[in-house]
Design a protein around this ligand. Structure first.
Ligand SMILES: Cc1cc2nc3c(=O)[nH]c(=O)nc-3n(C[C@H](O)[C@H](O)[C@H](O)COP(=O)(O)OP(=O)(O)OC[C@H]3O[C@@H](n4cnc5c(N)ncnc54)[C@H](O)[C@@H]3O)c2cc1C
Length: 389
């Protein structure tokens, strides 16, 4: 980010993160890429370094670091290591599931789950999307039916679920009033559950989905077949699941925006190095006017992104980041990442297309950012509705 954005305390935190990434991520990245799975020990190592659940308050054993700049440093250091897969896996845990617990869980639920969130023994997924319901979550078919003992029986199928195979449980959005999809005005039909995989044979990850990028992280289908969900695993009040899901979207989208900004900056830095080394027609390719102008444009684009994302982070820290502002930050930063990394790949010539070069991985990875967590089109709907009322 730009000078003056971080304070000394953030830079001290960066030292911890950089050391962690150098020791625990970089040496394993290639293996995780080929095995399509981040080794589970990464989570306990992250926990030992205090990198999980930064926002958990001291009462629950956390550090209460609600200042999102700390999360951004993790993004930036993982981007430096070309490890966006790891960054996004952590975001699911810390920026989607955790806020739901911090905002809506009872004191008892927090006592039970937050320590496990922070020590890496409960790796979580967010399970909203289904084969027939992505952008349109009101089409979710997964159903939870109340049992006589106050618990719930869950049946359904989710897809594209990050940490779906490696994780220990998921924040599941399910239909709880017996209604069917497409019954409009059914805002009160859904509930959120934290569903645990252990001792639940009906909770079955499906196949590992082969992704074009972000190959180190696992993304899977999830199947729920007569899964018993205890009453204590309902988050908040029944019937308010969609409202809660919407309430965590600003933080989830902010995390995509900060990841996008971090990757854009890192890929541009690598590209500036590359064009300085590569020669054509007897000169460094950096000396071509087109290259210089392209780099200038990319740098200005990056700085605009960083300023815009920084403004969203400041709003978040002040407790005022709303869905529209978060959607704008995600839209801008993810679209910029896509076009900027594309231009950087072009500047690498043929080598940019070869997976030995980080820019090729980044190109494939950032393609997700305009899709996951709300597609650019859905974000534009949100932004435009705010304009036109
Ligand atoms: C690698 C990966 C990881 C993911 N991780 C998770 C995860 O961990 N948890 C989770 O719950 N989900 C996850 N997702 C799902 C992701 O959030 C959805 O793919 C996304 O929300 C889009 O939903 P969809 O795929 O069903 O697309 P669709 O909703 O079918 O959209 C298809 C196209 O139609 C457009 N469209 C849809 N509605 C409108 C509209 N109203 N106006 C204009 N255009 C529209 C979309 O913008 C898109 O271009 C992941 C997806 C991927 C690919």
């Amino acid at each position: 980010m730009f000078a003056g954005f971080y304070d000394e305390i953030h830079e001290e935190f960066r030292e911890v993160v950089r050391e962690f990434v150098t020791r625990e991520v970089s040496p394993h990245s290639k293996t995780w890429d080929s095995e399509h799975m981040i080794e589970r020990s990464l989570w306990s190592a992250a926990a030992e370094n205090g990198l999980l659940g930064l926002a958990v308050d001291e009462e629950h054993g956390g550090m209460g670091l609600g200042d999102y700049r700390f999360r951004m440093i993790i993004d930036e250091e993982l981007a430096r290591a070309n490890a966006l897969s790891v960054a996004l896996a952590l975001h699911l845990h810390d920026d989607w599931v955790l806020p739901a617990l911090l905002k809506f869980a009872t004191a008892q639920q927090k006592q039970t789950w937050l320590p496990r969130f922070m020590d890496g023994s409960f790796v979580s997924s967010v399970a909203f999307t289904e084969p027939g319901a992505g952008s349109d979550l009101r089409s979710v078919r997964t159903k939870a039916v109340k049992d006589d003992d106050g618990g719930w029986t869950l049946n359904g199928q989710k897809t594209f679920i990050g940490n779906g195979i490696s994780g220990d449980g998921a924040l599941v959005l399910a239909r709880t009033d017996g209604s069917e999809p497409r019954e409009r005005g059914a805002e009160t039909s859904f509930s959120l559950f934290l569903v645990e995989k252990a001792d639940n044979p009906g909770y079955q990850p499906g196949r590992q989905l082969e992704k074009m990028g972000l190959t180190a992280s696992d993304t899977a289908e999830l199947f729920f077949s007569d899964v018993h969900v205890p009453a204590g695993n309902l988050i908040g009040e029944p019937g308010r699941g969609l409202e809660y899901a919407k309430a965590i979207l600003p933080q989830g989208r902010l995390g995509v925006a900060t990841s996008a900004a971090a990757v854009t900056a890192e890929v541009l830095r690598q590209t500036v190095d590359y064009v300085g080394q590569r020669e054509a027609f007897g000169q460094s390719i950096r000396e071509f006017q087109h290259t210089r102008f392209q780099l200038a444009e990319l740098q200005v684009g990056l700085e605009a992104t960083q300023r815009y994302v920084a403004a969203a982070v400041e709003s978040f820290n002040a407790g005022s980041l709303d869905l529209v502002a978060a959607s704008k930050a995600k839209l801008w930063a993810s679209e910029q990442a896509k076009s900027s990394v594309d231009a950087c790949l072009q500047l690498h010539g043929g080598y940019g297309y070869i997976l030995d070069y980080p820019v090729a991985h980044a190109y494939l990875a950032v393609r997700l950012l305009t899709i996951f967590g709300g597609t650019s089109e859905i974000l534009k709907e949100t932004i435009s509705a705010d304009l036109t009322g």
